[in-house]
Design a protein around this ligand. Structure first.
Ligand SMILES: Nc1ncnc2c1ncn2[C@@H]1O[C@H](COP(=O)(O)OP(=O)(O)O)[C@@H](O)[C@H]1O
Ligand SMILES: [Mg+2]
Length: 449
């Protein structure tokens, strides 16, 4: 229960978390400061009140002592004092459960009474002050020159410093004044983290994405530099591998040509025909490898392109190449969908899938779904024989072809799917194959927008 609340209030982002902690700390410190200030002020107010009480008490005393002894009682009764005042004339000081007033209060009352305009001979002979301000009652007893005692009882008002508007307003204003720079600073400081995440995301979609600017705080510069070095290493690694691949492919071409020439000299015609067929296949594989390496090495920059237009072009070309399957080629989806991609590469990736559907499934039903969670999905479906479940992933391995297509001699090399996946993953997307319930293959392509 408590944990659920904590999870609700506790923010997820580093910036918000830091801001919350800082602001809570600030509010605490401010609350403490205001409390100390207020307690101090209460003491001051109490003293000021004691002084004004002293003045009022001395006024009562004056009016009593200046009137004739037999008029005093009546005078007291007629005394038009506020209801928080009660004065009596007694034979002695009133008894009370109140403790003697603390020295500062005593002093404040005595000093203010000192200045009362009372003739010298009429001043009080004794003065007792009882009561603690927090008890909100005070008893001042004075002995008159003729021996009588004047007892004045006072009720003191209550202070509510924490409910005062000043307290609340100043607390809110100070918190607000602190919140603005805190939130600004925290956002500023956590920006490099966000930049780093964005750069990592970009690198996943495009190894050639521009480096992270090395600026800001020392830590940000360090992190950016480390990231850029890592990105450069990945780039070099990919480049070297591709270079190796094309170099091997290139060097294989000469021995293949030589073997072909040698085969011409073979006597056994049957063997010669088979050998030349094998060599042709080998040549096609090498050509496909080289084409792939060339495309990759070109590293065309990603540009915004209309995926729908591209798909329509691919389907048109497929229909032209296979007029018999043209009926079974269709597209459903929106009129436009712009994505950022490398045009030639992405066309190759999608063409391979469409060609497979046409070649092995007798047609291609392509559909495009609008972006969801930052990625569009394209489905390429056919109604062909499908692929055994155990082979669904293996067909993505280079040169891996299934038995039927090998026998049919469709002219493929087994590089279509691996190349498609390679290109799509380099874009931050992917392609997976599944068998459709009614038969046939569904290739699901996802591509970030
Ligand atoms: N839509 C499909 N229906 C049935 N089998 C398929 C389909 N797509 C691919 N395959 C199988 O996967 C193998 C690998 O495909 P691919 O990598 O494109 O190579 P290629 O088309 O050159 O043979 C194909 O040889 C084929 O056996
Ligand atoms: Mg293919």
């Amino acid at each position: 229960m408590i944990q659920r609340w904590v999870r609700l209030i506790w923010p997820h982002s580093l910036a918000n978390r830091t801001a919350l902690v800082l602001l809570a700390g600030l509010a605490l410190v401010q609350g403490g400061g205001l409390l100390i200030y207020t307690l101090d002020r209460i003491d001051l107010l109490r003293l000021a009140e004691a002084q004004s009480l002293g003045l009022r008490v001395s006024n009562v005393y004056r009016s009593v002592v200046m009137s004739a002894p037999d008029e005093r009682q009546a005078g007291l009764r007629g005394l038009d004092e506020a209801s928080d005042f009660a004065a009596t004339l007694d034979a002695g000081p009133a008894t009370s459960d109140l403790e003697p007033a603390p020295p500062p209060v005593q002093r404040a009352i005595r000093i203010s009474m000192q200045f009362a305009p009372i003739p010298q001979g009429m001043r009080w002979r004794e003065l007792l002050v009882r009561g603690v301000p927090s008890q909100r009652r005070l008893l001042v007893s004075m002995r008159l020159p003729d021996g009588e005692w004047l007892n004045v009882r006072v009720t003191i008002g209550r202070f509510l410093p924490f409910l005062s508007e000043t307290f609340l307003v100043s607390f809110l204003l100070m918190t607000l004044a602190a919140a603005v720079p805190v939130i600004w600073a925290v956002r500023q400081f956590s920006a490099p983290m966000r930049d780093l995440a964005a750069a990592a995301e970009r690198l996943g979609m495009d190894v050639n994405s521009p480096p992270l600017p090395e600026q800001g705080t020392a830590e940000a510069v360090k992190a950016a530099r480390a990231f850029n070095i890592m990105a450069e290493r990945i780039r070099r690694f990919v480049r070297d591998r591709t270079f190796l691949l094309t170099a091997i492919g290139h060097d294989l071409r000469t021995p293949i040509t030589r073997l072909k020439l040698r085969a011409e000299w073979m006597d056994d015609e049957e063997q010669q025909r088979k050998m030349l067929a094998d060599l042709d296949e080998l040549e096609a594989m090498v050509a496909a490898t080289l084409a792939f390496g060339r495309d990759d090495a070109n590293a065309e920059p990603p540009t915004p392109l209309d995926l729908v237009e591209l798909l329509r072009t691919i389907l048109d070309e497929a229909g032209d190449a296979h007029p018999d399957a043209a009926e079974a080629i269709s597209f459903t989806g929106p009129d436009h969908q712009v994505v950022r991609a490398r045009p030639v590469a992405i066309k190759r990736a999608l063409t391979n899938l469409v060609q497979n559907a046409v070649k092995y499934g007798g047609g291609a039903q392509v559909s495009l779904a609008p972006p969801q969670e930052g990625a569009v999905s394209v489905m390429v479906e056919d109604t062909g024989p499908g692929i055994p479940a155990s082979e669904l992933e293996r067909v993505f391995e280079p040169f891996h072809r299934l038995e039927p297509s090998r026998n049919r001699e469709t002219g493929g090399t087994g590089l279509g799917l691996p190349i498609s996946r390679n290109i799509l993953r380099a874009h931050g997307g992917d392609v997976v194959l599944t068998n459709r319930p009614g038969g046939g293959i569904r290739a699901l392509v996802t591509l970030p927008v």
